[in-house]
Design a protein around this ligand. Structure first.
Ligand code: AQP
Length: 327
């Protein structure tokens, strides 16, 4: 069995990008692998968070994990800050990382753009992500393709440490989906869909009401050509909507192009609203039930204990190799 690890930041409600790019894989992978899924609240504080809202979002994301089909009997589900090994290993990895490689990370460049100064945590974010992955001897990391660069950095750091201290870390591989690996913002299809973007109509959250889904899709930016055709470079808006439609419905983009030949964007968008509302309705119903249950808290407590037991074994090995602490 391979070990799978991934996480989501509790920075707002999970949107279609998170779901289609990453979380969809979480469910299918738990059938044949040992999966560990985390709510990465320590990543969330790389930008200022209101404490009460952060705690609420942490439970919201955990409930959504279970609502989309992650089964706590098969997978470990827990909150990152409940396992101290993440912070501990992160420091050790920081000492084997370079400012040059961190400053090449596009996510850091995007998030610090136009700011006079950025929190150091935003700069070292990919190191904490590497610690999350390496702490569990992870083989496979299912993520959206915006995380490719961070996975590469994680592999570089692990390789560097392994060449000094052999077999310290398992070398992880990213797992990226072909369709849906990068869902773009509805209002600006040149940017990725994001939880923290200001315009709520730039994204569809898994818990959005049908009326909000309708408004966001009908407002989505397209082009003036009026032809439903996939061309990500020249027609990013309609291509993004085709992509979303295809993944949610299981109909290929080619078949959708044929089906909507001669139709206008309005007809296509109305159908996409129906497909989206239908796909999200069962998730929303399960979420409401789980979010208010004691089972959610019990699952996270149990998950943290199980995760911590694995993390402690790794930390013992790492500290021994680095000569840290008493023998
Ligand atoms: N637009 C996207 N398309 C496909 N996959 C995506 N992911 C994020 N956005 C898209 C994938 O979702 C997983 C969880 O992401 P995250 O919450 O850890 O952080 P993020 O990538 O920074 O996501 P957001 O929504 O943009 O959050 P904020 O706005 O808080 O920064 C990851 O696997 C990611 O690849």
């Amino acid at each position: 069995m391979k070990r799978v690890f991934s996480g989501v930041q509790p920075t707002g409600n999970i949107h279609l990008g998170n779901y289609l790019g990453a979380l969809r894989q979480f469910v299918e992978l738990q059938e044949d692998n040992q999966c560990i899924y985390c709510i990465v609240d320590m990543h969330a504080i790389t930008v200022p968070q209101d404490p009460e809202t952060l705690r609420k979002h942490t439970l919201d994301v955990a409930a959504l994990y279970l609502a989309i089909g992650i089964d706590p009997k098969k997978s470990i589900v827990f909150v990152q800050s409940d396992v101290s090994g993440h912070a501990e290993l992160s420091w050790i990895l920081t000492c084997s990382s370079y400012t040059g490689e961190l400053s090449r990370m596009t996510q850091f460049k995007d998030k610090s753009k136009n700011k006079e100064s950025a929190p150091a945590g935003l700069f070292t974010y990919p190191i904490l992500m590497a610690a999350d992955i390496l702490l569990y001897d992870t083989d496979v990391v299912p993520v959206g393709n915006d995380q490719k660069q961070h996975i590469e950095l994680c592999r570089d750091i692990a390789g560097r440490i392994n060449s000094r201290f052999p077999d310290t870390f398992v070398m992880p591989e990213g797992r990226f989906l072909k369709a849906g690996a990068r869902i773009m913002a509805l209002d600006d299809p040149t940017k990725k869909m994001s939880k923290s973007a200001e315009n709520i109509h730039s994204r569809i959250s898994l818990l959005d009401e049908p009326s909000k889904i309708k408004k966001s899709i009908m407002k989505a930016t397209t082009d003036s050509e009026g032809v439903i055709r996939f061309d990500a470079e020249n027609k990013p808006g309609i291509s993004n909507l085709l992509n979303i439609y295809s993944v949610l419905s299981g109909i290929t983009v080619e078949d959708l192009e044929k089906r909507y030949k001669g139709s206008g964007y309005g007809t296509f968008k109305k159908d996409l609203v129906d497909v989206t509302v239908e796909a999200l309705a069962p998730i929303k119903a399960r979420y409401e039930e789980i979010r208010s249950s004691q089972m959610l808290i019990d699952t996270l407590k149990d998950g943290a204990e199980r995760a911590d037991a694995i993390a402690q074994k790794t930390m013992t090995r790492v500290k021994e190799n680095f000569g840290l602490g008493l023998k």
